[in-house]
Design a binder for this molecule. Structure first.
Ligand SMILES: CC(C)(COP(=O)(O)OP(=O)(O)OC[C@H]1O[C@@H](n2cnc3c(N)ncnc32)[C@H](O)[C@@H]1OP(=O)(O)O)[C@@H](O)C(=O)NCCC(=O)NCCS
Length: 216
């Protein structure tokens, strides 16, 4: 069986976690990392090189590296990088930690990262390019739109709809049957007890909108 040749975008802690998961996968040949920060170029991560900036991705694709994984967290950056990768004919690989639980009927897009301890219960639908952090809990019938970051230890109740490119902060709660709009940010530790509009930043318990972000 030929192994998928994969590059990871990012050279920080998230990339290190993702790199470790990919190295443990016998079906993957991880070739290295790209990172926007020139100070990291030439360094190693997971004993593999940080090859250069994202500008070199088209060249890597020409050299036969067919798959990529985005290890950046910020959803709008994830969205931009995914568009760039698709434009250059990369496939986005899924990286699911063996100690995550995904309900058997889960519908997963591509480019999804799931860290250890995450639990995705009945009937979840996870769009492309979503990053799900450690020990996240997702109740039944939850939809997470593409390009989202679901921060570690957050809990998303049943029947929740999260729009595209939203950021669900670390250890936050989104109560059952609520909607989080596209581009919204839920602050770390927030307790969402009502719908959050598109591009709103909501914080506190109960969560209130503290400001609005520019729409993209
Ligand atoms: C919500 C957040 C985006 C705000 O960042 P910011 O735009 O730089 O805003 P500020 O720090 O200027 O805060 C704006 C207001 O919200 C409040 N606020 C910010 N974060 C808060 C939080 N987690 N809980 C409660 N209130 C918070 C601030 O006190 C401030 O209130 P004020 O206007 O009365 O002074 C940021 O604090 C946050 O929680 N990001 C999530 C990070 C995360 O969990 N990432 C995932 C990692 S896995």
């Amino acid at each position: 069986m030929s192994r998928k040749r994969v590059v990871v975008l990012g050279g920080g802690a998230a990339a290190r976690m993702v790199g470790g998961m990919l190295k443990a996968d016998a079906s993957v040949d991880l070739v290295g990392f790209t990172d926007a920060n020139p100070a990291r170029h030439g360094q190693t991560l997971c004993e593999l090189p940080i090859l250069g900036s994202d500008d070199m991705l088209p060249e890597l694709r020409r050299r036969g590296i067919s798959h990529a994984v985005i290890a950046a967290g910020e959803p709008r950056l994830r969205k931009r990088l995914a568009a760039f990768l698709r434009e250059h004919d990369f496939e986005l690989a899924n990286v699911i930690h063996p100690h995550a639980f995904l309900a058997p009927e889960v519908q997963l897009g591509s480019g999804i990262i799931v860290l250890p301890g995450a639990v995705l219960m009945d009937n979840p639908l996870i769009g492309d390019n979503v990053f799900i952090g450690q020990a996240v809990s997702i109740g039944h019938d939850v939809v997470i739109g593409r390009d989202c970051l679901v921060g570690g230890r957050s809990a998303i109740g049943a029947d929740v709809f999260v729009g595209e490119a939203a950021l669900i902060g670390w250890a936050s709660i989104v109560g059952p049957r609520h909607r989080v709009g596209t581009g919204a940010v839920i602050a770390s530790g927030a307790n969402v007890m009502s719908d959050v509009p598109e591009n709103a930043v909501a914080a506190g318990n109960p969560a209130r909108v503290v400001r609005m972000r520019e729409a993209t």
